[in-house]
Design a protein. Sequence first.
Length: 451
Amino acid sequence: MKRILLISKDAESRTRIENAMNDEGHHVETVARGKDAVNRMSEHDYSLVLIEEKLHGQKGLNVLKEIKAAGYTMPVILISEQGSKEVALQAIKHGAYDFFSKPIHDEFVATVINRALEKYALEQELSELKQQAADKVLEDEIVAHSPAMIQTMNLARKVSKTDVTVMITGESGSGKDLFAKTLHMMSTRSGGPFVSVNCAAIPETLLEAELFGYEKGAFTGAARQHQGRFERASGGTIFLDEVGNIPMSLQSKLLRVLQEKVIERLSGMSPIAVDVRVISATNKNLDIEVSQKRFREDLLYRIRVFDIRIPSLRERKEDIPILAERFLAQYGENMGKNIAGFDTMAMKFFMTYLWPGNVREMENLIQRALILEEGNMIKGETVFSLVSEENMTRSPDYINAKEKVSSVAEHEEKKLIMEALIKSHWKRQKAADYLGMSRKSLFNKMKKYGL
Ligand SMILES: Nc1ncnc2c1ncn2[C@@H]1O[C@H](COP(=O)(O)OP(=O)(O)OP(=O)(O)O)[C@@H](O)[C@H]1O
Ligand SMILES: [Mg+2]
C-alpha cells in the first residue's frame, strides 16, 4: 500500500481518484489547500502527490513549485482544466512527472499513477544502494577502530545526510581533507561535484575572483569570463580549506553568499543562485581569531553550525598499528618491496611517539623507512633515525607550557633510552652501562615509557 497526497477542492475528482486508488490498494489523503499539503508532507512520507490546478485562492502550479523547492523527490502530477495546455507544459517544466487533463479517465489515471509509483520505488532503491556502496568504500578507506574515531565517524555519518554547514577541526595531518571528501561522498550530493579551495594557498588578491568568478574585462588580464569555484560546486559541495586564512575584506562577501545563496561575479551584472553545501576546515582556533578581530564572529556562526573535531593520532592509539600496517602494505606494494611487518621496537616507538604531524607524518615516515630498509622487517633503528630531532621533542601546541617542559624532558630521556637499547641490541645491562644508570632504574624507566 502506497500513501498518496491529493490536493483538491473538487469533490468529484476527489471521489474518482480515491476510488481508483483504493481499487489499486493505495491510500489517498486529501487536503484542500497548498499550505496544508506542505505541512502534511513535513510530517508523513508520501509516494506520490496529485495537485489540482484550481485551488482556493491559489494555483496548483505554485504549490508544485513550492514542493520542488523544498527538495521533495517523489513524483508530482498536476490535474489541469480541460484544454489548458499551457499549464500542463509549465507543470512539466517545473518538475512535474506528468499531468492529467480533465475529464479524468479512471483507467488512464490508474495506469499513469502506478507507473509513477513504480519508477519512484526503483529510484529510491537505487539511491539507497548507491549510498550503501559509497559508505562501504569510505569505511574501507578511513581507519577508525579507536573509540574516539568510531564516535567521530558516527557523527560524520549523521551530519552527512543533512545539508548543514560543517566545520572540521583537527591538528595538521589528522585527516581533515579526507573527512571533508567523506562527508561529501556520504551525502545525497555525492553525484554532484566536490570542489576544494585552499584559502591559504591562493594569494589574497586572487581569492575573490577564484571563489566567485569574473566577467570578461573585469580587470586587466580578464580576457574571458571565468566561473568561480562556488558556481562550479553547484549541486555539490565546496570545501573551504584553511578557512581561517580568508582576509577580512572577503569575509563579509562570503557571509553574504552563505546567507543569500547567491554569488556575484566580479563585474557581474546580476546575482547567480548557487546550490552548494559548505564544508570548511581549519587548524587555527577561530574563537581566538574572533577575539583578536581577525575573523568575523557572524561568519564563524554561519560556517560552524556543526563542528567535527578529528582526534589527534595520540588520542587514538588503537588506530596506530592498523594505520601502520595499511601504509606498509600500500607503499610496500608500490615500491615492489616485500617487507613483512615491524619489529617490536618499531611498533613500541609508534605507540609512544607523540606524532605532532599525525597520520601524514606516519605515512611519510613509513614510506621513507621502506626505502631505507634492507631486511624483511621495518626495524626500530630505521624509523628512529628518520624522526627529526625537532619532532622528537616537539609537543603539540595545545599542551600548556608546564606540561610541555616535562614532556620535552621525558621525551629526551625516552629518546636516549631507546638509542641505548638499539645500540646494545636490546641488552639491558649493556644499555644501562652506556647510560650510566643501574639496571634496575633502566628497567623502571622502560616500564614508565612502555618500552
Ligand atoms: N583515518 C585515516 N585513515 C586512513 N588514512 C588517513 C586517515 N586520516 C588521514 N589519513 C591520511 O593521512 C594523510 C593526511 O590527511 P589529510 O590531508 O586529510 O590531513 P589534513 O588534516 O587535511 O592535514 P593539513 O592540516 O595538513 O591540511 C592523507 O594521505 C590521508 O589519506
Ligand atoms: Mg588539509
